[in-house]
Design a protein around this ligand. Structure first.
Ligand code: CO
Length: 501
């Protein structure tokens, strides 16, 4: 066997798989942005069919053959080829462990469960969703038995989103994070300084918001020739390779920041995807290093850059051109309004400081649930109790409490931690960036993000999924993930804003 020939054969096969996945992705995108109301059901059938084909391709005996033929030649391969083989083997083994009939039944359950969640959320009644959630949890537990586990069952789920992550590591990281956030939050609460953000509310024409969003996207380095911006209820990013990266946002005319910062957030995801190397096409590695690393990039643009004083000093005059409301607003007022801290019930509306607490609550609940130490029956009370304990507020109804996120409806247990880890990774990278390029934020004042984006391109984006998150953060910053950087960043920022120390 000629090694090169075999690798090319594998790449051809993965190329076919990627094209099928792109078609599936495009249908998903269409369903969430443009689809006529009556077309949902028939389009679901198209998806079901194509997903079945995709499952067949990735569990086919052909894959096993590739793995068997190529494994003896690992030492002769370059890094990309080796990683391609490793990822292929990992995915194949994971997927293969679940019997096909179980998988199909689970996919069916999830689409019903998502609908039930939507209904329950509208009616603000957890009871509507509960029987579905119970089944989803049972399936997840069964899957964990198929996949196998060592110390903690929840580790198996964490590992799916963040390779190598365990509850043992995360307990330590999150306890440090929780203490750090609470320390800063208590000082902020005790501050005599009252911030004003009234001017962020009023009437902001959606067309003008769209113009501004597109303008800012271009400024931060998103390539509109290889992407687009549309509207959906929940903003998201999807991509088909690195030349077609689609973002959505959602304009609220009564408020200024929501759409703009959603756009910048999704823009960060998009810039990542657009800059992954062309060489990784057809390798299975043309993707982010992990969910948390992806989230580190979106949050880097949204918060670390987007809500920095430097960027605000660029943004304010631009915003003034679009909206008269900011006529008399000073830079300090604008910057402070962008970083207003308020403990709130809804995760997606949380500020940068308290956001992590929302995630820690979910993590603690999921861990107990998956290990069978609590049941679905206990969820609501536990949720409300933890909100009271960590944030000092309690949901008045299910829809602003236990039903607010859709993640559990499709069984995405183990996903939530990625959001908080994204903040940590981002702050740690930022620390290194400032060491390497001390003046980089000066340019941001002029709306010039080229240097920052170039640095992220080189350090993170171009590598796609070649490195594990653990390897990547070590390569970039010289050490493993350390929550200290994010906590220092919070202290630095919010003590100044709130005049405390
Ligand atoms: Co995101």
């Amino acid at each position: 066997m000629e090694l090169r020939d075999k690798i090319n054969e594998l790449k051809d096969y993965l190329g076919q798989y990627e094209r099928l996945e792109q078609a599936i992705g495009l249908i998903y995108w269409d369903m969430r942005t443009n689809i006529p109301n009556k077309a949902g059901e028939s389009r679901s059938k198209v998806l079901e069919y194509l997903s079945g084909e995709s499952f067949k391709m990735i569990t086919s005996p052909k894959i096993e053959e590739f793995i068997k033929d190529l494994t003896p030649y690992k030492d002769e391969m370059n890094l990309t080829e080796r990683r391609m083989l490793e990822e292929l083997e990992r995915n194949y083994n994971e997927t293969k462990k679940i019997p096909e009939d179980k998988y199909v039944a689970y996919v069916g359950l999830c689409s019903n469960s998502e609908l039930a969640w939507e209904k329950a959320k509208d009616a603000s009644d957890f009871e509507i969703f509960k029987p579905y959630l119970e089944k989803v949890v049972e399936f997840q537990k069964e899957f964990i038995n198929y996949w196998g586990y060592k110390d903690d069952k929840y580790d198996t789920l964490l590992d799916k989103y963040e390779l190598g992550l365990t509850t043992e590591k995360l307990d330590k990281i999150f306890s440090e994070l929780r203490d750090g956030i609470i320390e800063v939050l208590n000082k902020v609460k005790g501050s005599k300084k009252k911030l004003n953000r009234d001017f962020l509310y009023g009437h902001f024409d959606a067309d003008k918001q769209k113009e501004l969003s597109l303008y800012i996207l271009d400024k931060i380095g998103f390539d509109m020739e290889a992407g687009r911006l549309d509207v959906s209820v929940h903003p998201f990013t999807t991509n088909f390779g690195n030349k077609d990266v689609r973002l959505t946002t959602n304009y609220h005319e009564d408020e200024f920041t929501s759409a703009l910062f959603s756009t910048i957030h999704e823009g960060g995801h998009g810039i990542y995807e657009q800059n992954i190397s062309d060489d990784l096409e057809c390798t299975g590695l043309q993707a982010g290093a992990s969910m948390a690393i992806h989230e580190s990039q979106s949050r880097f643009y949204e918060n670390i850059l987007g809500r920095s004083k430097e960027f605000c000093s660029y943004l304010l005059p631009v915003a003034k051109k679009y909206f008269n409301d900011f006529k008399d607003v000073t830079l300090d007022e604008f910057y402070e309004a962008m970083n207003y801290v308020e403990t709130s019930l809804i995760r997606t509306e949380a500020d940068e400081l308290t956001y992590g607490l929302h995630i820690i609550i979910r993590y603690e609940i999921e861990k107990e649930l998956i290990n069978g130490r609590i049941s679905v029956d206990d969820l609501k009370d536990l949720w409300n109790k933890k909100y009271k304990e960590y944030l000092g507020i309690e949901p008045k109804n299910d829809s602003e409490g236990i039903l607010q996120d859709m993640h559990w409806s499709d069984g995405s247990f183990g996903y939530f931690p990625s959001y908080a880890l994204g903040n940590l990774y981002g702050a740690q990278m930022f620390h290194t960036l400032l060491n390497e390029k001390p003046n980089v934020m000066e340019e941001v004042k002029n709306g010039n993000l080229t240097e920052v984006t170039k640095w992220l391109n080189e350090k993170v984006h171009v590598h796609g999924a070649i490195y594990t998150p653990e390897e990547l953060i070590k390569r970039i910053t010289g050490e493993e993930l350390n929550p200290k950087y994010f906590i220092d960043y919070l202290k630095n920022k919010y003590y100044k804003i709130y005049d405390v120390e």
